[in-house]
Design a protein around this ligand. Structure first.
Ligand code: TRP
Length: 456
């Protein structure tokens, strides 16, 4: 059985750097380049960015450390980890619900993530072929609806995307996942910087800086604060078991806090830079940055269509988006794959394939949600994709996050967590981590819940 396993029983990153690259690859995705700029646009810029940064620092980083800590300490997959550590403390094995919820959520996210990611392939092709040159608003809207109204085309793109991601994963932790991150993450950063430099030399970055950093608290609603928090969770890919399983592959001497700061810092830096890659182009074309989800697939092509080098810029932009989405997609099923292969004693390839078939079938549900099934309601007033997104983002991930925070900060003995984090238990840094994770994180997550339940 173990002879056909391509990986050693306990896979390990080649170094802490390998972990940082893979975890950053997981964190940096559609959330950074598509969602962050558009929600910033909708919620009025600077004040929203500030709240988001506070959420990352006060909740994101401590929870990221907590999740990696549980992985590194238990050295097993997310579902087993919570149960084992809980029993060791004389608590119920059923704490494994935290792992189950997170791992299931990650697979569900993957099923709709690949559909949106598939759009980037289409837009990359359209841009290269100079398909947006001189296009007006109607033509760009038409291009978008030509894609989304065609279930076969969309299904083809999402299947290609999912197939490639699963193929990389089936090749193993070091030879598949880590190697891909080592190759694609630097490419992504180079493209991003080139776009920002191009903008700086042509239209300038001043308007974008004002837009993103000028504080206008009048636009900041309670709703916006909750969105900032939810996004902090999503963008770090927290509580989904991925960071936990990545932590379980860390070399014994790797220090967690520094690695977590790198991942959160790079993720935030790339989200902010994405704003500087995108908004200057939008503003130079005289368009509005506050248009919502259509910012990337409708406003931006319109802007590229008016620029002389628009085809190249557009192609570079959508390629960058595809790379970002790919490294995220590659990370999402790791927790599930590790669980299935150890639970059923099968190879990584078989585990990937069996989970992959399930994810693929679900992805078809999202594909048809944009066309033939647009009106098929699952939850009241929501089609399949909207229901899935709603349940996962507003319920499952916050619930797993709550479990993670309580587990790491209340249930694990302080001595253990301080030791695994390389902190002195009585020291300021440990106490800061402990109380942010004990109180601030759970309380804020409960607020989000009350909001999702429409009590708040
Ligand atoms: N962080 C990714 C993004 O910003 C998405 C992501 C990766 C994710 N892994 C996850 C989201 C796990 C939820 C759960 O696009």
């Amino acid at each position: 059985m173990s002879s056909n396993r391509p990986e050693p029983a306990k896979p390990l990153w080649s170094s802490r750097m390998g972990f940082i690259l893979v975890a950053t690859g997981s964190a940096v995705g559609l959330g950074n380049i598509w969602k962050f700029p558009y929600i910033t646009g909708v919620h009025g810029g600077g004040a929203f960015v500030l709240v988001y940064l506070i959420c990352i620092a006060a909740i994101g980083v401590p929870l990221l450390m907590a999740e990696v800590l549980i992985g590194k300490h238990s050295r097993t997959n997310p579902i087993v980890a919570y149960g084992e550590l809980a029993t060791a403390q004389g608590k119920s094995r059923h704490w494994n619900w935290v792992g189950w919820t997170g791992v299931t959520a990650a697979l569900l996210v993957l099923s709709f993530y690949v559909v949106i990611a598939g759009w980037t392939l289409h837009y990359f092709g359209l841009s290269l072929a100079n398909g947006f040159a001189g296009a007006d608003r109607a033509a760009v809207a038409q291009a978008f609806s030509d894609l989304t109204s065609d279930p076969l085309l969309m299904g083809l793109y999402s299947s290609i995307f999912l197939g490639l991601a699963l193929w990389i994963q089936s090749r193993g932790v070091r030879t598949g996942v880590e190697r891909t991150a080592r190759l694609l993450m630097p490419m992504l950063v180079v493209i991003l910087l080139l776009l920002v430099v191009y903008n700086a030399m042509t239209s300038g970055l001043g308007d974008t800086a004002t837009f993103m950093f000028a504080m206008d608290f009048s636009e900041l609603t309670a709703e916006a604060v909750l969105i900032a928090l939810g996004h902090a969770f999503f963008t770090l890919g927290l509580a989904a078991g991925a960071m936990l399983i990545f932590g379980s592959y860390l070399p014994a001497n790797a220090r967690i806090p520094g690695a977590a700061l790198w991942v959160a810092g790079l993720d935030t830096g790339i989200a902010l830079l994405a704003g500087f890659a995108l908004f200057p182009v939008v503003f130079a074309a005289g368009l509005d940055g506050g248009q919502g989800p259509g910012l990337l697939f409708q406003t931006l092509p319109l802007a590229f269509g008016q620029l002389p080098a628009g085809a190249w810029l557009g192609a570079a932009f959508f390629l960058m988006l595809a790379l970002a989405a790919f490294t995220s997609a590659v990370s999402m099923s790791e927790g599930g794959i590790a669980f299935v292969s150890s639970r059923f004693g099968c190879s990584r390839k078989k585990a990937t394939l069996s989970l992959g078939v399930g994810v693929w079938l679900l992805s078809l549900g999202t594909v048809v949600s944009f066309n033939i099934g647009a009106d098929w309601q699952f939850l009241p007033g929501r089609n399949f994709f909207q229901s899935l997104d709603h349940i996962v983002t507003n319920y499952m991930l916050p619930l797993a996050g709550l479990g993670l925070a309580i587990f790491a900060a209340w249930l694990l003995p302080g001595r253990t967590s301080a030791q695994v984090l390389n902190f002195r238990q009585g020291g300021l840094r440990f106490q800061l981590w402990l109380w942010l994770t004990r109180l601030i994180a759970p309380l804020t997550i409960v607020l989000v819940f009350l909001h999702a339940l429409e009590i708040l």
